[in-house]
Ligand binder design. Structure first.
Ligand SMILES: [Zn+2]
Length: 417
């Protein structure tokens, strides 16, 4: 398959972009060559597509189901009882809906933690995007549950080999308050042996830190360091309540962090210490978290909130510029997740979007990146390409009506029972 995007704005210049197979083959002012598909890029700008660093995609089924509650009440009384009824088919249609929303708003990768691994993985395959799905691993400090979870993850790892390279198996130990020390150590060893990521929630709330000090006599990052868990495979979501010594440990072990501003504000969890993190050599990326605490998967909206929250919190409008926050959703996660995309260059994988420059939010267009971050939203995206394949063109995704219909049915059945 070859695609020629003609006369598109790229970094302020009009360019032709040739995609062959999954790669960007050539970028030039005027490419006079044949291609199977020609896209008229005039009036549009090409940008790398977005990465969502932390989510629970199928939670889109619970969007708007339980709002304005405390994190513990929300999880214990609303989310977990409903999730206990989920089937693999529910998760499949929930994840299809999430993938559709992501494609429509320009995201082509998500780092996921959820139930029914194969429901997620099949939805990713069928939607044409990329993901690092992990099964929620919770043992509640119970040895037999831990053994079950370990056996399940070993099996899922083997079974995940049936999927394309757009599906990256990861381990998903939920958090230190739901997973035992022994299971965390097993995850560390399994991840090192098999070169997979470990995705967990870390220091999301002040309560988590207080409980950890009460239980282990130390703070969460110190605890994880002392049990030998920390390492470059670890992707830690939230990472809000960190002291300087903990930030040093995260840097020392090359742990990657995910900033989830909307969820953190909505659940009043706290503020990600962005300037302290980026003063050091620590990789940080951006995520939406699940739709029950966001309530959408629009990475452009997330970028805006990410920047505004840091400016407000530091009383400094120069902190986290539009260009820097754009990197947190493109080039930075491409490096973290080892995917050869995140920018539009010859030889890179063709994960890219075209935004409509006549969209009302982008007129006039003095500077594209600040414009799209502060004024734009996912609705400005006209075309989404992942792995060299067109997933959306002229804002249309093939089969979108069926996804909406099935997901709606599944969501109502789930919350009615
Ligand atoms: Zn989460």
């Amino acid at each position: 398959m070859s695609i020629l995007i003609r006369k598109v704005q790229l970094n302020g210049e009009v360019r032709d972009i040739l995609v062959e197979g999954s790669l960007i083959k050539e970028i030039n002012a005027d490419l006079q060559m044949a291609a199977e598909i020609i896209i008229d890029g005039s009036g549009k700008a090409a940008l790398p597509s977005f990465f969502n660093g932390h989510t629970h995609a199928a939670m889109v089924l619970l969007r708007g189901y339980a709002d304005d509650l405390s994190l513990s009440e929300w999880l214990n009384n609303k989310i977990w009882p409903t999730e206990a009824r989920l089937t693999e088919e529910d998760v499949y249609w929930g994840t299809r809906l999430a993938c559709l929303e992501m494609i429509k708003s320009g995201t082509t990768f998500f780092n996921d933690m959820y139930w029914h691994f194969h429901g997620v993985a099949r939805a990713v395959e069928d939607s044409g995007i990329r993901a690092a799905p992990s099964a929620v691993f919770i043992d509640l400090y119970d040895k037999s549950k831990a053994a079950e979870q370990i056996a399940l993850n070993r099996r899922l790892f083997e079974e995940s080999k049936r999927y394309s390279n757009r599906v990256l198996f990861a381990l998903g130990p939920h958090a230190i308050y739901t997973v035992s020390k022994e299971s965390l150590q097993w995850a560390r060893d399994f991840a090192a042996e098999n070169d997979v990521f470990i995705h967990l929630h870390l220091s999301e709330t002040e309560k988590e830190v207080e409980d950890c000090i009460r239980q282990h006599g130390k703070r969460p990052v110190e605890y994880l360091h002392d049990i030998g868990f920390l390492g470059p495979q670890v992707i830690a979501a939230h990472a809000i309540w960190l002291e300087d010594r903990e930030i040093e440990l995260l840097e020392e072990h090359d742990v990657k962090l995910v900033y989830n501003p909307t969820s953190n504000m909505k659940l009043a969890s706290g503020v990600f210490p962005y300037t302290k993190i980026t003063d050091r050599e620590i990789a940080a990326v951006l995520g939406t978290d699940g739709c029950a605490s966001n309530n959408n998967l629009d990475m452009l909206e997330e970028m805006k909130f990410a920047a505004l929250l840091q400016k407000m919190n530091s009383n400094n409008p120069t902190v986290l510029s539009a260009h820097d926050v754009f990197q947190l959703a493109t080039a930075a996660p491409a490096r973290v997740f080892n995917i050869n995309s995140g920018s539009i260059e010859e030889g890179k994988v063709a994960d890219l979007i075209l935004v409509d420059l006549s969209d009302i939010n982008l007129v006039p267009n003095h500077q594209l990146i600040p414009n799209i971050v502060y004024s734009g939203n996912g609705g400005c995206v006209d075309t989404t390409i992942c792995d060299g394949k067109i997933l959306m063109q002229n804002k249309r995704v093939e089969g979108e009506e069926e996804v909406l219909e099935r997901a709606r049915e599944v969501a109502f059945a789930l919350t009615a029972s």
